[in-house]
Design a protein around this ligand. Structure first.
Ligand SMILES: *Cc1c(COP(=O)(O)O)cnc(C)c1O
Length: 429
């Protein structure tokens, strides 16, 4: 697969290079030169396949020139070796797609684990690699666990101090070994900026074999396409007809993957781009003006991002497919309304968490009579135990993935959002 740099179209790389670089020159994102699509008969065929075989077919559509199907199948199996997405019935016309049954209890396991497999495959000479990534909560855990104890790989994760949940922090800041975590005295956007600065430093990049694991990495996006197909395959003929998928967005990687699944031929009628009060995209879609505000903290902290990195990819995809951005539905939800949505879901017999509750709220508000709605359950409620328990007045039981880590000491370093400090750390540690 050839990919071009959205900020510098002359830069064209293959999949391997794009995975290794993360970002291109001028901090541009990579985007496929050709957008593959399944023919209707192919689509029917793959919808009947099991999750692993179908996911292999989907990924092969993009990268079969570089990785054989057989090899890909092995790596997909390894990456998605946990419970596949589960569909839960919420109301007559709304289902939730639970994507949080992986080792770190959030959908980020799909992308992070597939990326780890790709880096493993591509590091033929066993050179040392440094994975540097910023997290608003869940990426960190997924990436840390995906690369834990992997040889020749050092993982450094930046997160905003005090702005991720206690359990989120416990999940990945207690591992040690090849996983180093740094809390930054700032916001997620500050963390993201530091990562970009590191990538701009050519010498540093070469010296430590820098690689990014953000949702900007193309391998993560491709992996996430697979569960949209799985969701579709789990629906009845009738529900497939007017399907609306509601996506809780932060960096907009998940939505990008959803839109790519549509570009591949999956007949999804519409998507809803959902945010919390960090509503740069909803404001942009209604006014045409891009004006990020300062990031504010909310109870859906993994979505506390006001400068979503993946947005240029979405615009490019709409341009390339000649889709109209007006067809993208959107909305933002305050903390108050999120809490009410969570309570409403609970009354319906479903215990959820703030991110999914936002997607549910906008779906129920915007769903038309003839449509069927699916909202994405992006994290397990236990990751936000304290918040959820307080809102619902209901005890949340911790799954083993969390119970096993809760008493371990935090091993994080702490620095100010100062690139010099980060650079020193990268060179010294
Ligand atoms: C990361 C995350 C999101 C946002 O996903 P993006 O791909 O960054 O838009 C939503 N919910 C949860 C629980 C997350 O961890």
């Amino acid at each position: 697969m050839k990919l071009y740099n959205l900020k510098y179209h002359q830069e064209i790389v293959n999949f391997e290079k794009a995975v290794k670089l993360g970002l291109g020159q001028k901090q541009g994102l990579f985007f496929p030169v050709e957008l593959p699509a399944f023919k209707p008969v192919e689509l029917l065929k793959i919808l009947n396949m099991d999750f692993i075989t179908r996911s292999t077919e989907i990924l092969a559509k993009f990268i079969h020139h570089e990785i054989s199907k057989k090899q890909l199948h092995q790596h997909v199996q390894e990456a998605f070796s946990f419970t596949r997405p589960l569909k839960v019935n919420i109301t007559k016309n709304i289902d939730c797609l639970e994507l949080f049954h992986g080792p770190t209890l959030a959908f980020k396991d799909f992308g992070a684990r597939f990326m780890a497999q790709m880096i493993l495959l591509m590091n033929k000479k066993h050179e040392s690699v440094t994975i540097l990534t910023a997290t608003s909560g869940d990426t960190g855990a997924a990436v840390a666990h995906a690369f834990y104890k992997m040889q020749n790989v050092r993982v450094i994760i930046l997160y905003p101090k005090g702005k991720i949940s206690y359990l989120q922090e416990k999940l990945f800041c207690t591992l040690g070994e090849n996983i180093k975590t740094i809390s930054i005295n700032g916001s997620f956007d500050d963390c993201q900026k530091l990562v970009k600065e590191a990538f701009n430093d050519k010498k540093l990049k070469e010296l430590i074999g820098l690689n990014s694991a953000n949702s900007i990495n193309i391998s993560r996006l491709l992996a996430q396409i697979c569960y949209y197909f799985e969701a579709f395959s789990l629906l009845s003929e009738k529900k497939r007809k007017n399907l609306v998928i509601s996506v809780p967005c932060g960096n907009f990687g998940n939505l990008t993957a959803g839109l790519l699944s549509k570009a591949l031929g999956l007949p999804i009628k519409s998507f809803i781009a959902c945010t919390n009060s960090n509503d740069t995209v909803p404001r942009f879609l209604s006014s045409g003006i891009w004006s990020p505000n300062k990031t504010v903290s909310t109870i859906s902290n993994a979505m506390d991002i006001s400068q979503p990195n993946n947005w240029p990819r979405i615009e490019e995809l709409f341009n390339r497919k000649q889709w109209n951005l007006k067809e993208l539905r959107f909305g933002s939800v305050s903390d108050e309304t999120t809490k009410n949505a969570l309570k409403e879901l609970f009354k319906l017999g479903y215990t959820s968490e703030p991110h999914a509750a936002i997607a549910y709220q906008l779906l129920r508000d915007q769903l038309k009579q003839e449509e069927f709605g699916l909202f994405l359950g992006t994290a397990h409620p236990s990751k936000f135990k304290n918040t959820v328990e307080k809102i619902l007045n209901h005890k949340i039981i911790l799954p083993n993935a969390l119970k096993n880590r809760i008493n371990l000491p935090l091993l994080s370093y702490n620095i100010n959002p100062d690139f010099k400090k980060l650079k020193q750390f990268l060179l010294d540690q």
